[in-house]
Write a protein that binds this ligand. Structure first.
Ligand code: CA
Ligand code: CA
Ligand code: CA
Ligand code: ZN
Length: 395
């Protein structure tokens, strides 16, 4: 009886949250620490409530865990979604993350929405049931909870990017987690100033957030083989899908990998109505997450830059997350196909045929942002450097 009562309380609390989020329950004071007009976003406490509720709705396929703690001590929550979720099965693994930059709140909403769709869709649609059965998908909801809590914790959104770690020998606060990864770290002087939005930190892996991510990924090496095939990090903004490398304008040295990265980014972009490009198309980014993932483990890794602003209104959450859901599903399905191909020792796809690996042709959605748009964009921004001084950095 006690359990049933507790569940009904949780259910009602959650219903109230939803009602508040979508403006349907005027009686409920918004619980969010966001400014009232943006209460539809999940702050850290609300995100925890939401993901626990989702996980509890189907514990057979959903399991929460933490990959570590932020500088200020917040758990970096993650969920695994798979059949037999408590068992580490020999299934291709997929990794998503959101929230790495504090002000990019839609990216955490995307991670939560993806988790909800996978769990709710299991057993209801063949497509989702199949991807949950065939893969082990992990979603890290917010890689920078200190930065996002700080960003929305006052009366107005501060547009804060970095974490909240003090810099030794400086009064500046915060390191850009996405310049703190250990591949070629320290080679771009534009990331050296503690006051830069893209400050790399005093040493590679000096942020507990990047270190926790590294430990998790390193821990997915089983019997000498990295299990993660595909990774997608959600960011804002720019309506573009990016692939490695960021540190150089040159392609990754393996031509087949380059073709596959470009083809998958193109397909994800088409599914979202977004452009696609190599991460360095506008400027170089050194010490970023994708470069480390690819250089270390040859993971097919992508940055999905959602939307057209940092501060999108909460009314945009349903449409913006729905818009990118097919790209996320595609990433999961590709992991399964890549594993099948490797197991059979099939020839690696060439550029001409790479698009054929798409199991779900797009529905003709097109925002008019093809390759031409990307090139133009790149030329315009070619002189903007990675110091956070010109155009505000997104990835
Ligand atoms: Ca609003
Ligand atoms: Ca499984
Ligand atoms: Ca596994
Ligand atoms: Zn970002």
């Amino acid at each position: 009886m006690a359990i049933a009562f507790a569940r009904s309380v949780i259910g009602r609390a959650t219903a109230a949250l939803f009602a508040a989020a979508f403006g349907m329950g005027a009686m409920v004071a918004p619980a969010s620490a966001y400014p009232p007009e943006d209460a539809g976003y999940h702050d850290y406490a609300e995100m925890m409530t939401a993901i626990h509720e989702i996980a509890e709705s189907n514990p057979e396929i959903a399991q929460l865990f933490s990959i570590g703690r932020s500088f200020e001590g917040r758990e970096l929550w993650a969920a695994k979604v798979s059949d037999h979720v408590g068992t580490d099965e020999d299934e291709p693994e997929v990794l998503f993350d959101g929230g790495m930059h504090g002000r990019e709140h839609m990216s955490t909403e995307m991670a939560v929405a993806l988790f909800r769709n996978l769990v709710d869709g299991y057993g209801r649609t063949e497509r989702i049931t199949d991807m949950v059965n065939r893969t082990e998908t992990t979603i890290i909801f917010n890689l920078n909870p200190d930065g996002s809590e700080y960003d929305h914790g006052s009366d107005s959104i501060l547009s804060w990017r970095k974490n909240r770690q003090p810099t030794p020998g400086s009064t500046e606060i915060g390191t850009d987690i996405n310049r703190n990864f250990g591949y070629r770290w320290g080679t771009n002087p534009l990331n050296a100033s503690p006051s830069a939005w893209t400050y790399r930190g005093p040493a590679a892996w000096s942020t507990p957030e990047a270190s926790a991510f590294k430990r998790y990924v390193d821990g997915r090496v089983v019997a000498g083989e990295q299990q993660i095939r595909v990774h997608v990090t959600f960011h804002q903004h720019g309506r573009i899908v990016l692939y490695p490398y960021g540190y150089t304008k040159g392609a990754v040295p393996d031509a087949d990998d380059h073709a596959r990265l470009a083809a998958m980014a193109a397909e994800m972009g088409e599914l979202s109505g977004y452009a696609h490009a190599q991460s360095s198309h506008d400027e170089i980014h050194v010490g970023n997450q994708m470069d480390w993932l690819y250089a270390t483990y040859q993971i097919m890794t992508f940055t999905l830059e959602m939307g057209d602003a940092f501060a999108m209104p909460d009314e945009a959450i349903p449409t913006e997350t729905a818009r990118n859901m097919d790209a996320a599903y595609y990433a999961i399905e590709q992991a399964a196909l890549l594993a099948d191909a490797n197991d059979d020792d099939e020839p690696i796809l060439l550029p001409d045929t790479a698009m054929a690996i798409d199991p779900a042709p797009s529905q003709g959605r097109n925002a008019g942002l093809g390759v031409v748009g990307v090139i133009t964009f790149g030329v315009v921004l070619a002189t903007v450097l990675d110091s956070g001084v010109g155009r505000p950095p997104t990835s």
